[in-house]
Design a protein around this ligand. Structure first.
Ligand SMILES: Cc1ncc(COP(=O)(O)O)c(C=O)c1O
Length: 415
C-alpha cells in the first residue's frame, strides 16, 4: 500500500514564475530602457528606475540602510571585498564548505582566502577554528549562512571585534533567516544575497550587497559600474580610485526580482512548515540527526540537511542515498568538495602560473588535505541532504520521503 503511494509521488522541477513576473517584465519591455545605468557622475550612475525601486523594496524588507544590486552574488561578493579595501597581502578567513565564489571573490581582488573549519552542527564556519587562523594580515572573516541558517554568529562577531576584523556575510542561501531577531545578511558589516535560479527567490541571475555603512555602499556602487572611469566626478567620494567592472543589474532582472521579493515570506513559510513536518517524521531514528537550529536562529531550509551514522543505521551512506534516488527521491550525499581541494588551490594557480596571491610578499599557503577535518568528515561520511521542502511540494511529498527513508533503513536492518 505504502509503496504504491510512493510510486505516485513525483518531484517535477521547481519553477516559480507566474503572471505577475510576466506582467512586470512586459511593462519594462514595452517602455524601456532595458538598463538604466550610465557611466558618468549623475543620478543615472546608480541605475534605472526599476533597479532603484527594487533596491528600495529590498532595503525596506530587510531593514537595512543601503542595498546595491549586482548581476550575481559572486560579483556582489567581489564588490564587498572592494568595498572593504581588501587586496594583495591581505587574508580573509572563509569556510571551505560553501559554493566556490565565497573564496574566489577574495582572490579576485588579489587577497588570499584562508580556510577555517566548520561547526559539525550548523555546518557554518566555527569561530574556534577562525581564532586559530588569525594573523596580522587578516582583514575580514566570512560567515557563509549555509543551507538556510547562520552559525555561531555571536561568537564570530565578538572575535571580529576583538581583532578589529570586518565581517562579510555570504547570505546567498539564507534569504529570510534570522539571528537574534535580525535578518541574516544584515548582521555583519556587509552581506550578500543571490537570486540565481536555485535560490528561494530568483531572477535567473542576480544578487544584492547590503550594508548599513555609507562608505562601503558607495565603494560597492563604484565597483559595480567601472569606478575607475567616473571617480573624479563622483560627489562625496574621497577615498581614492576604485578599479571596477560591469556588475550592473538590468531593468528586466530587477522587475522579476521585485515580484519575487514579494513572494519570499510565503515561500519561506512553506519551506519551514514542510521541513518541520519532515523533522517530526524522521525523529527517533537512531543514527539519523535532523537539522540542528541553535537558540536565537530561524532556519529557512534552502536545503534540508541531515547527518547520519552508518553503523547505527545499519546501512552505508552510498547505499541509503542510491536506494532513495532509485525510488525517485531528490537526495544527495555530501555537498561540495572542500574548496581547498579544488585544483585552483592545490596548484595555487589563479593568475596563470605566478602563484599570486597565494605565495606573495613573504606569504605562502598550504592547502593540504586534512586542514579542515570536520568539513572532510561531513562531506565524505556524514552529511545527506534533500530538496523535498520546496514549494510546490506538499505534505504528501514529505510523508512519502520519510516513509521511504524509514523503509529503506528497516530493510537494511533485517538483512
Ligand atoms: C553560498 C553561496 N555563495 C555564493 C553563491 C554565488 O551566487 P551567484 O550564483 O548568484 O553568483 C552561491 C550560489 O550558488 C552560494 O550558494
Amino acid at each position: 500500500m505504502r509503496k504504491k503511494r510512493n510510486n505516485k509521488i513525483t518531484f517535477p522541477p521547481v519553477y516559480m514564475i507566474d503572471a505577475r513576473e510576466i506582467r512586470a517584465v512586459t511593462a519594462v519591455l514595452k517602455k524601456g530602457p532595458l538598463s538604466g545605468f550610465v557611466g558618468d557622475a549623475s543620478a543615472d550612475f546608480f541605475g534605472g528606475p526599476v533597479v532603484k525601486r527594487f533596491e528600495s523594496a529590498f532595503a525596506k524588507k530587510f531593514k537595512v540602510r543601503h542595498v546595491v544590486s549586482f548581476n550575481s552574488a559572486t560579483t556582489a561578493l567581489h564588490g564587498a571585498v572592494v568595498a572593504l579595501s581588501i587586496g594583495p597581502g591581505d587574508e580573509v578567513i572563509v569556510p571551505p564548505y560553501t559554493m566556490s565564489a565565497s573564496a574566489t571573490a577574495v582572490l579576485m581582488n588579489g587577497a588570499v582566502p584562508i580556510f577555517a573549519d566548520i561547526d559539525p552542527d550548523t555546518f557554518c564556519i566555527d569561530p574556534k577554528s577562525v581564532e586559530k587562523k588569525i594573523t596580522k594580515r587578516t582583514k575580514a572573516v566570512m560567515m557563509v549562512n549555509l543551507f538556510g541558517q547562520t552559525g555561531h554568529m555571536g561568537a564570530l562577531l565578538a572575535l571580529a571585534k576583538k581583532h578589529k576584523l570586518s565581517v562579510i556575510e555570504d547570505n546567498a542561501q539564507s534569504a529570510g533567516a534570522t539571528w537574534q531577531g535580525q535578518y541574516t545578511g544584515t548582521v555583519g558589516d556587509i552581506g550578500v544575497f543571490s537570486f540565481n535560479v536555485h535560490k528561494q527567490i530568483q531572477s535567473g541571475e542576480g544578487g544584492v550587497l547590503v550594508t548599513n555603512n555609507k562608505t562601503f555602499a558607495l565603494r560597492a556602487q563604484l565597483a559595480r559600474n567601472h569606478g575607475e572611469s567616473v571617480v573624479p566626478g563622483m560627489p562625496g567620494y574621497a577615498a581614492g580610485p576604485i578599479f571596477g567592472s560591469n556588475y550592473r543589474m538590468t531593468e528586466v532582472t530587477a522587475a522579476i526580482a521585485e515580484v519575487q521579493l514579494s513572494k519570499l515570506d510565503f515561500l519561506n513559510r512553506k519551506r519551514v512548515a514542510l521541513a518541520n513536518r519532515l523533522t517530526r517524521k524522521l525523529s527517533n531514528i537512531p543514527g539519523l540527526t535532523p537539522p540542528h537550529i541553535p537558540k536565537g536562529n530561524t532556519h529557512v531550509y534552502y536545503s534540508y540537511i541531515m547527518k547520519m551514522d552508518a553503523k547505527k543505521l545499519g546501512i552505508s551512506r552510498a547505499e541509503l542515498v542510491a536506494k532513495l534516488q532509485k525510488l525517485g527521491f531528490p537526495i544527495g550525499a555530501g555537498y561540495v568538495k572542500p574548496l581547498y581541494l579544488l585544483p585552483l588551490f592545490q596548484k595555487k594557480q589563479a593568475f596563470n602560473a605566478t602563484h599570486f596571491p597565494f605565495d606573495y610578499d613573504g606569504m605562502t599557503q598550504e592547502y593540504r588535505k586534512g586542514i579542515c577535518p570536520v568539513t572532510e568528515r561531513m562531506h565524505e561520511q556524514e552529511l545527506i541532504g534533500t530538496d523535498v521542502c520546496q514549494h510546490p511540494y506538499t505534505a504528501a511529498h514529505i510523508d512519502a520521503f520519510a516513509d521511504a527513508m524509514r523503509e529503506v533503513i528497516a530493510a537494511a536492518k533485517k538483512k
